[in-house]
Design a protein around this ligand. Structure first.
Ligand code: G3H
Ligand code: 13P
Ligand code: ZN
Length: 324
């Protein structure tokens, strides 16, 4: 099966109340961990690539690795550009064989966001085969590539704008801001309460009222959640017990993501959790085997942890297992 776009995957996910995981890829081990996990769970999957990933690994390597994963697993896999900043990067990815792109002009004024998104949609939809386009309304806190949005400067999506935006741009899916944010420090300690037993921070709930309102305005339309790592504390603990220093790292509770996936959310973006799992595997290996110096040994452990994590996400959070 060749790479697929997200259209049919989202239609089925919407109807059946689950979401497709969109996992960020930066190297071979991450591609293998995600796709081997998806294969074992019989799940479709989105492999997404940021501008930072393109800079780190080179576009041609990422593309060929994803093609290798398609050949190896036979899964329906979407190759998606994450946070495309302008028309040019979207065009470059479309021309280079991506099956889906995100144009992210969420930090620009509404009319400018519409104009650039519309231009990308026209180009992507005229492409043979059809390339799906995701856009964003509202801004998330956190860091993505060079854009940093401080906590307090983020803004929730305004449901009054979504119908007009989707109608005028023709996008295939829409990322909205309901309280998630990028990175492993999603909430400031003062926004959270602290579990008296474990000392772990408990974040405030997502704004499901906004999601509900958006889905009423856009019936049947696929919604995307960025910044959806849960910062699983088992990996934070391993990192901290093996020389790391991640204090008060906190993410979106997994039960809230499961709830969102049963609603209109069809794509859930996860990157930081993969980074944590990879780092936990490598740190643990390094500390337990100070005599090892073969990268296959310690990166191999990192890959195994990422695979274990992705299987858990697919089965217990996204609900996309056995959906092929
Ligand atoms: O949304 C941001 C993703 O986690 C990608 O991060 O730009 O550091 O590759 P990156
Ligand atoms: P996390 O930082 O929560 O993993 O979010 C990733 C993301 O939204 C990629 O676009
Ligand atoms: Zn994102």
């Amino acid at each position: 099966m060749p790479l697929v776009n997200s259209k049919e995957l989202f239609e089925k996910a919407y109807k059946e109340g689950y979401a497709i995981g969109a996992f960020n890829c930066n190297n071979m081990e991450i591609v293998q961990a995600i796709t081997e996990a998806a294969k074992e769970c019989n799940s479709p999957v989105i492999l997404q690539v940021s501008a930072g990933a393109r800079k780190y690994a080179k576009p041609v390597y990422l593309k060929k690795m994803v093609e290798a994963a398609v050949e190896d697993t036979g899964l329906p896999i979407v190759l998606h550009l994450d946070h495309g900043a302008d028309f040019e990067i979207c065009k470059d990815c479309i021309d280079g064989g991506f099956t889906s792109v995100m144009i992210d002009c969420s930090s620009k004024p509404f009319e400018e966001n519409i104009a650039i998104t519309r231009k990308v949609v026209e180009y992507a939809h005229a492409h043979k085969p059809y390339v799906t386009v995701e856009a964003e309304l509202g801004t998330l806190a956190g860091i993505e590539d060079e854009v940093k949005v401080e906590h307090g400067a983020e803004s929730y999506t305004n449901p009054d704008q979504v119908e007009e935006f989707v109608k005028r741009t023709g996008v295939d899916s829409l990322a909205i801001a309901i309280g998630t944010s990028h990175g492993a420090y999603k909430f400031r300690p003062e926004q959270c309460t602290r579990d008296p037993k474990t000392g772990v921070l408990l974040p405030p709930p997502l704004r499901f009222d906004i999601l509900e309102e958006v889905s009423k305005r856009l019936p049947g339309f696929p919604i995307v959640l960025h910044g959806s790592s849960s910062v699983n504390q088992e990996y934070v603990k391993i990192i901290n017990e093996h020389g790391g220093a991640l204090k008060d790292a906190v993410g979106v509770p997994e039960d809230q993501l499961r709830h969102a996936a049963r609603m209109a959310v069809c794509k859930i973006n996860i990157d930081s959790d993969l980074r944590l799992a990879m780092t936990a595997g490598i740190r643990e290996h390094m500390e337990n085997h100070p005599d090892h110096f073969d990268p296959r040994q310690y990166i191999g452990d990192g890959r195994a942890y990422v695979k274990q994590l992705v299987k858990h996400k697919i089965t217990d959070v996204l609900g996309s297992n056995n959906k092929i």
